[in-house]
Design a protein around this ligand. Structure first.
Ligand SMILES: NC(=O)c1ccc[n+]([C@@H]2O[C@H](COP(=O)([O-])OP(=O)(O)OC[C@H]3O[C@@H](n4cnc5c(N)ncnc54)[C@H](OP(=O)(O)O)[C@@H]3O)[C@@H](O)[C@H]2O)c1
Length: 169
């Protein structure tokens, strides 16, 4: 099969691409570094031609609810529309456990993103995962506070991004 992985260069995206290839399928990776901006639609053109399935593991670094909602609605909206136009058979979205119970700005975007997928013309699956083991390093890198890093207090039961990528595939 031909499987499109949107965000296939990211933390979980890389593992998803690896798992899809290991299962013997062709992959098409969409990301800005590969010339496709899902928010503006630039480069999207015929990128989904012949796609059997599409996996969405895109993300934005933000702690602002409006920015998160704007990004996920536009990016996943454009992707879902292109998947439908291309006749893709399935749309798979990676979401997060507890987004409807925890008032966190980024999660407002994920809830909006789930609604976009649920309204899609393409048959869909939403997988909700917990934080990745890699999430601590992502937070550390993104905390642009010079030599000081604050560790937020949070309860979580993390999972390896590799395992999530395999499950998505
Ligand atoms: N991190 C966690 O612990 C965790 C846990 C559970 C679920 N999730 C979910 O998993 C998904 C991926 O998270 P991640 O941590 O792997 O993200 P990440 O490492 O930040 O990767 C994000 C990916 O999205 C691409 N991207 C960003 N903006 C784009 C745009 N405008 N157009 C096309 N591609 C774009 C990036 O490539 P370019 O920068 O080249 O565009 C990159 O490939 C997210 O939906 C997140 O909510 C994450």
């Amino acid at each position: 099969m031909r499987i499109v992985v949107a965000g296939g260069t990211g933390t979980v995206g890389r593992h998803t691409v690896e798992a899809v290839r290991a299962a013997g399928h062709d992959t098409v990776v969409l990301s800005r570094s590969r010339g496709v901006d899902l928010v503006t639609g630039e480069g999207l053109g015929h990128a989904l031609a012949g796609a059997d399935a599409v996996i969405d593991v895109t993300s934005i670094e933000t702690r602002n609810a409006s920015e998160a909602i704007e990004f996920f609605t536009a990016a996943t909206g454009n992707l879902a529309a292109a998947a439908a136009d291309a006749g893709a058979g399935h749309l798979v979205l990676l979401s997060i456990v507890g987004i409807d119970r925890i008032p966190y700005d980024y999660y407002a975007g994920k809830i909006a993103q789930e609604k976009v997928v649920e309204a899609s013309r393409v048959p869909w699956t939403i997988l909700r995962a917990t934080q990745f083991h890699e999430f601590a390093a992502q937070m550390f890198t993104r905390a642009k506070m010079g030599p000081l890093h604050l560790a937020p207090r949070a309860r979580t039961q993390p999972v390896a991004a590799r395992e999530v990528g395999a499950r998505l595939a």
